[in-house]
Ligand binder design. Structure first.
Ligand code: UTP
Length: 313
């Protein structure tokens, strides 16, 4: 079955970015001139996922407006002859058909995904988190979709992280899948080994992680996830954790939609989930930006030698 639907949970409180996220969702914070949410919707669209359901909190309006046609703004840009910006704002409205569902209280990522049940029905679907930006030059979703088509069950994207960082992620025990089962599967260089996963833990305590493989915010899910989420008790932080429901899927038989695989991603990725990594992402994207990259890089080269490390705290 072709996978055409994507869910973007964007109803978290974004506390790590306060006060910026008091009225603006963190998914709309700009990376140079484009909000994280637009990168993510574009990535879904390029992978053939053109039906996008956003799980929104109190700031639904702004998120939907971003993907809407804004006729008055378009008219002003047209009058000015600013064709480049006109195209940019029209382009984001063409990426996908956008739907929205409200999560009334931030009860966790798993709870947010469970709210997609009615819209998704009985189809496999993708989940993309705005906290993780995957460079369009290194797409991972097409490989994940192929792994689902070949092996069934659900698929997550993985990265390897140093021991001191694993407690920021979900982690799992992993066994390499026999490459013969994946023969002929076309994937970019950046999406490599495929693992069968078990023993999932959300944000493991340092020293107790099952491996150095961390789950990042890209998932292809079998619809049986909705049953698993219904039976998932609140976990870490009192929230319904998607990782806990994925652990349930990993232990279910394939005949019941179970099985969980992970695709190791080694391409370019920008973490925008906390302030420091967000700043690094902005600098990387600015240095690569088609209009600004050269001027910004020149300034950065002059600025960096003046830096000192004598900050208090
Ligand atoms: P995070 O826990 O990283 O994001 O959730 P947060 O809660 O927005 O941020 P902080 O920790 O308060 O700074 C990962 C993703 O899951 C979504 C978030 O919007 C984010 O994209 N999420 C999380 C929901 O949609 N609902 C929730 O109840 C929790």
């Amino acid at each position: 079955m072709a996978i055409t639907k994507a869910v973007i949970p964007a109803a978290g409180l974004g506390t790590r970015f306060l006060p910026a996220t008091k009225a603006v969702p963190k998914e709309l914070l700009p990376l140079v001139d484009t909000p994280a949410l637009e990168y993510v919707v574009r990535e879904a669209s390029l992978a053939g996922l053109r039906d996008v359901l956003m799980i929104t909190g109190k700031t639904k309006g702004a998120m939907l407006d971003h993907f809407d046609r804004l006729w008055d703004l378009e008219a002003v840009l047209e009058q000015k002859g600013d064709i480049k910006r006109l195209q940019a704002i029209q382009d984001s409205a063409k990426l996908a058909t956008i739907h929205a569902t409200r999560q009334h209280a931030p009860r966790g990522l798993g709870h947010a995904v469970s709210l997609a049940r009615k819209h998704i029905g009985d189809e496999p679907f993708a989940v993309l988190l705005g906290d993780d930006l995957i460079d369009p030059r290194d797409p991972v979703l097409p490989t994940m979709i192929q792994v689902r088509q070949r092996l069934g069950g659900s698929v997550v994207a993985l990265i390897r992280v140093p021991p001191e960082e694993i407690s920021l992620y979900g982690s799992a025990s992993a066994q390499l899948v026999d490459p013969a089962l994946l023969a002929g599967l076309a994937g970019p260089e950046s999406s490599g080994a495929v693992f069968q996963l078990s023993d999932l833990v959300e944000k493991p305590d340092p020293g107790s992680a099952p491996s150095d493989l961390a789950i990042i915010g890209r998932y292809i899910l079998d619809p049986v996830i909705f049953d698993a989420l219904e039976h998932t008790e609140p976990g870490r932080g009192g929230e319904i954790q998607l990782t806990d429901a994925l652990g349930d899927l990993a232990s279910r038989p394939a005949s019941q939609g179970g099985g969980l695989h992970g695709v190791l991603f080694t391409g370019r990725r920008y973490d925008t989930g906390n302030r420091l990594s967000y700043l690094k992402a902005v600098v990387q994207l600015a240095a690569d930006h088609p209009d600004l990259g050269k001027d910004f890089s020149r300034w950065l080269l002059e600025f960096v030698p003046q830096l000192t490390l004598d900050h208090d705290g």
